[in-house]
Design a protein around this ligand. Structure first.
Ligand code: GDP
Length: 784
């Protein structure tokens, strides 16, 4: 085999010493062990809990059985008394004895009337105790008939309730007892004849209060029941569905379990009838290569708006605008880059009807042009090509159109279906031509929606504004969004306090394809998140609470998966492959859209060896807590269009946390790429330098074996890497310890000359072996 161990090889690859690697492995093992211990601990706890519950159940069962036995005993006692009394009376009245003597004894043995059990045992009738139903069955079949039954029943209730009055008063006391019993039942605690068993719908978790409500029981009784089970709980304490099911069954109800996810059902509402559909404005996204004029074109198109003049123009960036160029309305989405477009699509928001592909006539099809085409195709949105910058002297629109053919974009002029419009955003040339093309395309698409229903749609952008709180731009897809509507978007909800347009006007309502800012949500939902109007705050809470829980569960699972991958990492380390290095980042940006875009772009840079990990991404300026988070995880802070406040800046300086400011996403990505490249293990490049042959082996005291060699090819250098070849098989790989010519240590020996060589920690050398010499260069690697 080769003389180097796997560990040594792995260490070499990682560029660390063997000791360091072993240290690392130990640390990993230790961590895994701790993790495993924690898991065991958790399981122990779970087991203990289930034991506790079993114990409780057992106790309940035992208590039930005791109660039953007690009731039976009392009933039997009573029966015996009656029988004795009856016998005495009979004896007194008719002193003759008959064959019917045996009968009382028989009766005494018969099980008591179930109503007695019920009265005495309280819960006896409920639950599923095995013994109970047997008793009941037996009771039913062997129960004596006739008036004696009723009498005994009355009496047993009386006795069971501890009324020890004599027989003379028993009727009255039984009446009183019945009255009490009826009261007790109607007050809700017990299942009596008049109580209806209901089917209780159980979600995955429920509060005692809610459960009681659904069972039509009093909360107090449920709490009392739990108390009897040794659980001190309050009405608003939450229990899981399993526990709830036990309770419900104890109270004599049936249950229907529903999945938590069921709360999502019905959010979307019904489909609209064709007759209700009215035409709506197209939603347009402008895409294309950087600097080809997306922003300029959007600005120019905005200025074609006829309303702008009167209303004072667009006053704020809200991520989407509606332009009315004289009858035809067009909604433009202003999303930062293609990443946001796909992030929105990833959440199911395919809001864009038409993509305007901007290509500069002086530049032609560029990488992001192609990217844009792919995005549009994936979204199945028709493309209109806007050949921009035709005012430029070196503009060549024809070349653009020809280049586009390669990407399956066949414009009308070339016999295809795609409209291509030559424009100049700068000179505002042919903008109405572009508008017309959009309107035409929209007509072709027959875009329609029902405005007369409750609204739904998508979040385009959102942020937390110091003064106004959560501000989300939404685009209505169907229906009409009204001020005062209760809206659910992702894990956020709220009552719409205001609807504001890009001109700062307040609206009362917004119909299909109208983008508006809504105020009043309790947080900033992610772009692309669908929104729905719901009919009550309770419904909104139900949905968002479920979603938050669900999200947490998913996150939990993800971290479990991360733990699993630690094992894989460990294994990789063992078989010598490379450990993944991670670059943690704290990302702060001006809008949620930017945060998403950055996270996505950075994520795309990750490879098997290095990974950028955005440990925190949020909207807003940099605070001290961001700095602390960054410091604790050794992460730089990436600030996109936001700044740090004074305290945060000071703290960052003190703690040595790097804050990098950006306003151009490409620069940001380049820098992250650089940083990640820095984490890449350098590539080791080997260069062959020469061969030597062993002519003779000398055994020198205190030095060990030295090979007397002749260099046959190239050169041999001091400290170079060597492989020992015996019959053309590599039998050792290592380093040269000494390189001597005569008695002197030399730097190199070239071909044809003789020299003495010894290896580091290796002695098995023989005459006739060949030595291959090489150097190893470390080459810094870059991410592609
Ligand atoms: P974006 O990166 O695609 O949003 O491109 P911008 O809208 O920021 O435009 C990039 C540069 O091209 C800016 O300097 C614009 O002034 C310029 N530009 C945009 N449209 C035109 C045009 O139609 N003609 C000329 N000559 N320059 C333009």
């Amino acid at each position: 085999g080769k003389g180097e161990s796997k560990i040594a090889a792995a260490a070499r690859k990682l560029g660390i010493t063997e000791a360091e690697l072993i240290e690392r492995q130990k640390a990993l093992l230790k961590r895994r062990e701790q993790e495993a211990n924690r898991e065991v601990e958790k399981q122990k706890q779970a087991a203990a809990q289930s034991r506790l519950r079993d114990e409780q159940e057992r106790k309940v069962q035992a208590a039930k059985e005791r109660e039953e036995a007690e009731a039976r005993r009392k009933a039997e006692e009573e029966q015996r008394k009656i029988d004795e009394a009856a016998a005495k009376q009979k004896d007194a009245e008719k002193p003759r004895s008959g064959g019917a003597r045996a009968k009382p004894a028989e009766q005494a043995e018969a099980p008591p009337d179930p109503s007695a059990l019920e009265a005495a045992g309280g819960r006896v009738k409920r639950g599923k105790g095995g013994g109970r139903s047997d008793d009941r069955d037996r009771g039913n079949t062997s129960r004596p008939r006739g008036g004696s039954e009723r009498r005994r029943g009355k009496l047993t209730i009386a006795s069971a309730l501890g009324d020890d009055g004599d027989r003379q008063r028993s009727l009255a006391s039984v009446k009183r007892a019945r009255e009490r019993e009826r009261e007790r039942r109607s007050s809700g605690g017990q299942d009596g004849d008049e109580k209806v068993a209901v089917e209780v719908t159980l979600p995955e978790t429920i509060t005692l209060q809610d459960l009681a409500g659904r069972m039509k029981e009093r909360v107090g009784d449920v709490v009392k029941f739990m108390m009897q089970q040794g659980e001190m709980m309050r009405g608003n304490d939450i229990i899981d569905a399993d526990t709830a099911e036990i309770i419900a069954e104890e109270f004599g109800h049936t249950v229907k379990r529903v999945s938590e996810a069921d709360v999502e059902i019905g959010l979307e509402g019904a489909d609209d009838a064709d007759d209700d559909m009215k035409p709506r404005a197209p939603v347009v996204t402008i895409m294309g290569h950087v600097d080809h004029g997306k922003t300029s074109l959007l600005d120019a198109m905005r200025q074609t708006d006829v309303v702008t003049g009167e209303a004072g123009g667009i006053t704020q960036h809200i991520g989407a605008y509606q332009v009315d160029n004289g009858g035809n309305k067009i909604t433009f989405l202003d999303t930062p880059g293609h990443a946001a477009f796909s992030a929105m699509r990833a959440r199911g928001a395919n809001v864009t009807d038409i993509v305007i592909l901007v290509v500069a006539a002086d530049d032609g099809v560029m990488p992001q042009t192609i990217e844009a085409i792919n995005h549009a195709k994936a979204a199945e949105a028709p493309i209109i090509v806007a050949v921009n910058k035709i005012d430029k002297p070196d503009a060549n629109p024809q070349k653009v159109l020809t280049e586009l053919l390669q990407y399956d974009i066949q414009v009308e002029a070339m016999g295809g279906e795609v409209q291509a419009i030559e424009v100049s955003a700068l000179e505002k040339t042919n903008l109405d031509g572009l508008s017309e093309a959009i309107t035409l395309q929209a007509e072709l698409l027959e875009l329609k929606a029902n405005p007369d229903r409750i609204a739904d749609g998508s979040v385009v952008e959102s942020q937390l504004d110091k003064g106004r709180g959560s501000v989300a731009t939404v685009l209505v897809a169907r229906g009409t969004l009204q001020r005062g509507d209760i809206v659910v978007a992702g894990t956020q909800w709220g009552k719409v306090r205001a609807l504001v347009t890009e001109r700062g006007e307040q609206l009362k309502s917004a119909g299909p394809s109208v983008p508006v800012e809504i105020l009043g949500l309790d947080g900033a939902p992610a772009p692309g998140e669908p929104f729905y109007v719901v009919d009550s705050e309770a419904r909104a809470r139900e949905v968002t609470e479920y979603r938050i829980r669900h999200k947490r569960q998913v996150a939990g699972k993800a971290s479990a998966a991360a733990r699993a991958s630690l094992d894989q990492l460990m294994n990789k380390l063992k078989d010598g492959s490379v450990e993944t290095q991670e670059l943690p980042l704290v990302v702060k940006a001006d809008t949620q859209g930017s945060v998403e875009a950055i996270a996505q772009s950075v994520d795309k840079l990750s490879t098997e060896e290095v990974k950028a990990n955005s440990i925190h991404g949020a909207v807003g300026g940099i605070s001290e807590s961001d700095v602390l988070l960054a410091q604790s995880s050794g992460a730089p802070i990436i600030a996109f269009n936001v700044r740090a406040n004074k305290q945060a800046r000071d703290l960052a300086e003190k703690e040595g946390v790097e804050i990098r400011y950006y306003s151009i996403i490409y620069n940001l990505i380049d820098d992250v790429k650089d940083a990640m490249s820095g984490l890449l293990a350098p590539e080791q490049r080997e260069t062959f330098i020469g061969y030597a042959e062993i002519l003779e082996v000398f055994n020198i005291t205190r030095v060990g074996k030295v090979a007397g060699c002749k260099v046959t090819e190239g050169v041999v250098k001091r400290g170079c890497g060597v492989r020992l070849l015996r019959d053309d098989v590599v039998i050792h790989e290592g380093k040269l310890k000494t390189l001597k010519r005569f008695k002197d240590e030399v730097a190199e020996v070239s071909s044809g000359m003789e020299c003495g060589m010894a290896f580091e920690r290796y002695e098995d050398i023989r005459e006739g072996d060949r030595i291959e010499c090489f150097t190893v260069e470390e080459i810094e690697r870059r991410l592609e």
